[in-house]
Design a protein around this ligand. Structure first.
Ligand code: RB5
Length: 146
């Protein structure tokens, strides 16, 4: 299950991505802006990240205008590794090396074609483990200490 949410800055791109998820029979639950009206991105980050940390969703996609604000908010949640990606290389390596569980993108930065390729790469790439697991454990230790 994928949780997907956006503020107003990511509303249009969220629609393109949910259409693609539907076409590809990938189950999702949708949060945030549903009509273009303004909504504060930290609210959306909270709703979506809680689905991931509770296990209700396996992974998530968050979109705001730049992708920056919503990724900053998402990374405040313990257990969330949110990655702002602007190309497929970043999407591939954040899964392989960071085991990112939230993909963040900018609705005012990316067109639908590149965004969908980024989503596809993110969802279809697994975590490499090994030395990268040690580094993720170190991130979890930072969370515990703060
Ligand atoms: C909203 O105008 C905009 O600030 C937001 O979508 C995002 O880009 C923040 O980082």
């Amino acid at each position: 299950m994928i949780a997907i949410g956006s503020d107003h800055g990511g509303y249009r791109l969220k629609g393109e991505i949910t259409a693609w998820l539907k076409e590809n029979n990938i189950p999702y639950i949708e949060f945030g802006c549903m009509d273009g009206a303004s909504i504060d991105y930290p609210i959306v980050a909270k709703e979506v990240c809680e689905r991931v940390t509770s296990g209700a969703a396996d992974q998530a996609i968050l979109i705001c205008g730049t992708g920056i604000g919503i990724s900053i908010a998402a990374n405040k949640f313990n257990g969330i590794r949110a990655a702002l990606c602007t190309d497929t290389y970043m999407a591939k390596y954040t899964r392989l090396h960071n085991d990112a569980n939230v993909l963040c993108m900018g609705g005012r930065v990316l067109g639908p074609g590149s965004a969908i390729e980024i989503v596809e790469t993110f969802l279809n790439t697994g975590f490499e483990g090994g030395r990268h697991q040690r580094r993720i454990d170190m991130i979890a230790d930072i969370e515990k200490d703060n």
